[in-house]
Each structure stands twice: as structure tokens, then as C-alpha cells.
Design a protein around this ligand. Structure first.
Ligand code: UD1
Length: 419
């Protein structure tokens, strides 16, 4: 199994290219299931999760063509040959649940394994299932599978989410585009990846109002058609490399990054003492003076993203003063804490909050994490630590970061993959 070795203490200097957003690409690939024609997606990132989604679409017998042979432009769509999403694929990636709504909308029947994914809490799928039930689906859970069917087309419905869910909003949005009549999604998630999905669905012929708001109104149409869509830049990858520049010190240009969807993260970094400059071609991140501790609470968009909490915690571990990080989205998202503490951090968890008391220096250690963002937080800590850090279980990183070690090494970090 691959590992990543880092010798800390080198400031960063150079340019890092930001790729297409993983969390937009995954639902957009699924959107290809909604048409008999082809949805062409450009700026697809090359990630393990994208490969997993491609194999899932393959198992469902949906056409997927790699137009340039480099995995960056995919054409998806056609007849659906199978309606069963098997455990072996779904367990690797929770976003697999997104095929449920489109399968019901296109073929009226689906068998989808209950998902696994990152070990960050219980992460149920009840909101997905309740919404589809309101749209007329009959759903049974048996043998670890969701069995769902609908007689005829799904029916438009008014769905009020009791809790904001990115995935449930996406699943029901896609299902509603082909439903009979009008669907209203209330208290919908407002993440930029959902607006990207809605924009693409509209290009495919869907009728959607309220894009970017927490109230989406969808007028169902009988069919969707071909379209071409370019995936927006990854705000979490951007935020992660901004934290890398901040923790290591130096100056890094994040090429292709956009500040538009990073308000809460950039404001927080600025409060910590990080300099951020918006340029026409991206974001320049600079950190010369010391870092200050700043409190943060994760929230649905436009709040501070839970997917940036672990990286920000690594930064706060070496800041001047204390910081309180409160996690309100997932109940078990502090698995990086014991590993950061093994590197000399002083972090205590009390319920949903972590108190981080900044230390003058971290020390390198062998570490391991059990989810994607936790793993990358250990890489960031390694960039700042004295001595050598070896991050094990690199496959978590490969799910969401393309060429992580190459991008950081090109900016002067002493980082390499050990195969
Ligand atoms: C998506 C992102 C993930 C991010 C998360 C929150 C993708 C592929 N993944 O995950 O990176 O961390 O949003 O921003 O886009 N919940 C329920 N019942 C449900 C669904 C969710 O109780 O049916 C709960 C979850 O357990 C969690 C909260 O709602 O506590 C938010 O989850 P959700 O927004 O659905 O996250 P995902 O779509 O899985």
C-alpha cells in the first residue's frame, strides 16, 4: 500500500493548478443517466472516486466515453442496461446513492446497496428515501439493499428537508427533472456544486427555478437531451492548498481557483494572518508573519465547510493562541485529532468542539487516517513538522486529491510517494 513521506520545514513557492470539483463531478456524471443522448463533461478531475463512479455507471450499462483518452472529458448517457448498484462498488463511495433517483426516473425500478463511504459518522440516507417516497416510489430495505419501484413516472411533490443535505438535494433534484408535474425542494442545500448540477440540468432541458437558493422549483419534463458542461473549480482543493501555503509559509499561486465560493474559508484565513490576493487567473496565497488562532464552526454553505475542518485544525495546531473548532455537520469528524496529537499538537475534544492550543512546532511521526480530509490534514501538519512524517493509507488521499505530492513538490515541499 502506498505511503507519503514528508520532511517538514520547507516554505512553499510556486504555482498549483486547481482541478474540477470532485463533489460536482460525481453528481454530474450521474446526471448523464437522465438522457438517452450524451452529456459531455469537461474539466473532470482524475481521482479514485471518479473511477469508482465510472465503474458504477459501467455496471448499470450506461455508455461512458473518454473523449480525449486522458479522463478529462467524458461523454455519458444512453439506454440503461441494469438497475442494480452492487455493494462492492457502493461501499467504496457514499455518493453512489445518487443513482437511486435517476434510476427511478428513467426505468422505474432500482436496487441500490446501502452506502458506506468515509467513516465520519452514521450518515443515513433517510432523507433521500423519504423524498422519493413522497414522489410516489415504494421503497423496501432488505439484505442491505434499497429496493425501490414506481408505477409509471415519479410525481412532483413538495419536499421540506428537516435538515440540510447536499446528497438528498441532488438526488431529488435529478429525479424531479423527469417527474410528472412540479416539485418544490424546501430547505434545500445551497452548495455551489448543486448550482453547478442545476445549471447543467437546465442545459439538458430541465426546468428549474431558484438555482443557488434554498428553494428549488422543478417542473418535470418528459425527457432531457444532450448538453456540454464544464465542471467548476474545486473549492475544497483550493482551500486545502491555501492551508498548505499558510502552514508551511511562503507564497503559492492557486491557478484556476475562484474566491467566489470560498468566502467563509478565505475570511477565516485572513483573520489568521494569511494574505489573500484575488487575481484574474486565480488566488495568490502568502504567509510571512505568524499565524493567529481563530474559532470556527462548520455549517452548510455559505458557512465554513465541514470538508475544510481537518485542514484548518492542522493550521491552528501551530497558531499563536487557542482556537475552538466546532463541527455541526457530522458527529464523528475528529479522527485526525489523536494523530495530530501524536505529532505534538495540543488538542482536546469536548463533544462537538475541539480546543486547539497552538504549539511552537510539531514533530514528524508515522500517522494514518481513516478519511479523505483527515488524511490531507496530516500531510499539511507534516509540511510544518520538524523531521519526517509518513502518512499511511494514501488511498484516502487519492479519492479526492489529484497528484497531491507532485503539486506540493513542485512548490518546494520535500514530499514523495513510497510505493
Ligand atoms: C456531501 C459531500 C461531502 C460533505 C457533505 C457536507 C459529496 C459527494 N459529498 O456529502 O464531501 O462533507 O456533503 O457538506 O458531495 N443526513 C441524514 N440523512 C440523509 C442524508 C444526510 O441524516 O438522508 C445527515 C448526514 O448524516 C450529515 C448531514 O445530514 O450529518 C449532511 O450530510 P449531506 O449533506 O447529505 O452529506 P453528503 O451529501 O453525504
Amino acid at each position: 500500500m502506498d505511503r507519503i513521506r514528508i520532511r517538514g520545514g520547507k516554505p512553499l513557492s510556486g504555482t498549483i493548478a486547481i482541478g474540477g470539483a470532485k463533489n460536482a463531478a460525481l453528481p454530474l456524471m450521474v446526471a448523464g443517466m437522465l438522457t438517452d443522448e450524451k452529456l459531455t463533461l469537461a474539466n473532470v478531475p482524475r481521482l479514485a472516486d471518479i473511477e469508482t463512479m465510472a465503474s458504477l455507471l459501467g455496471v448499470l450499462d450506461i455508455g461512458i466515453d473518454d473523449l480525449n483518452g486522458d479522463g478529462r472529458v467524458l461523454a455519458i448517457g444512453g439506454a440503461i442496461g441494469s438497475n442494480e448498484a452492487p455493494y462492492d462498488i457502493v461501499r467504496k463511495m457514499r455518493a453512489s446513492i445518487l443513482v437511486l433517483g435517476p434510476l427511478l426516473a428513467r426505468v422505474g425500478e432500482a436496487r441500490v446497496s446501502l452506502p458506506g463511504g468515509c467513516a465520519i459518522g452514521t450518515r443515513p440516507v433517510d432523507l433521500h428515501l423519504k423524498g422519493l417516497t413522497q414522489m410516489g416510489a415504494e421503497i423496501d430495505l432488505e439484505g442491505g439493499y434499497i429496493s425501490a419501484r414506481v408505477a409509471g413516472r415519479l410525481k412532483g411533490a413538495t419536499i421540506l428537508f428537516p435538515q440540510v443535505s447536499v446528497g438528498a438535494t441532488e438526488n431529488l433534484l435529478m429525479a424531479a427533472t423527469l417527474a410528472d408535474g412540479r416539485t418544490e425542494l424546501l430547505n434545500a442545500a445551497r452548495e455551489p456544486e448543486i448550482a453547478d448540477l442545476a445549471t447543467c440540468l437546465i442545459a439538458m432541458g430541465a426546468k428549474i427555478e431558484g438555482v443557488g437558493s434554498d428553494r428549488l422549483v422543478i417542473e418535470g419534463v418528459p425527457r432531457l437531451h444532450a448538453a456540454r458542461h464544464t465542471i467548476l473549480p474545486d473549492r475544497i482543493e483550493t482551500g486545502t492548498y491555501a492551508c498548505a501555503a499558510a502552514i508551511a509559509g511562503g507564497a503559492v499561486m492557486l491557478a484556476g481557483a475562484s474566491a467566489a465560493h470560498l468566502g467563509a474559508v478565505l475570511r477565516t484565513l485572513a483573520e489568521c494572518g494569511v494574505e489573500i490576493e484575488e487575481r484574474p487567473d486565480g488566488l495568490m496565497i502568502r504567509r510571512e508573519a505568524g499565524l493567529r488562532g481563530v474559532d470556527v464552526m462548520t455549517e452548510p454553505y455559505p458557512g465554513f465547510p465541514t470538508d475544510m475542518q481537518a485542514q484548518f485544525m492542522a493550521l491552528m495546531a501551530v497558531a499563536d493562541g487557542a482556537a475552538m473548532l466546532t463541527e455541526t455537520i457530522f458527529e464523528n469528524r475528529f479522527m485526525h485529532v489523536p494523530e495530530l496529537n501524536r505529532m505534538g499538537a495540543r488538542i482536546n475534544v469536548h463533544g462537538a468542539s475541539a480546543i486547539v492550543r497552538g504549539v511552537a512546532a510539531l514533530s514528524g511521526a508515522p500517522v494514518m487516517a481513516t478519511d479523505l480530509r483527515a488524511s490531507v490534514s496530516l500531510v499539511l501538519a507534516g509540511l510544518a513538522a520538524q523531521g519526517e512524517t509518513v502518512v499511511n493509507r494514501v488511498y484516502h488521499l487519492d479519492r479526492g486529491y489529484e497528484a497531491l505530492e507532485a503539486k506540493l513538490a513542485a512548490c518546494g515541499a520535500a514530499i514523495e510517494r513510497i510505493r
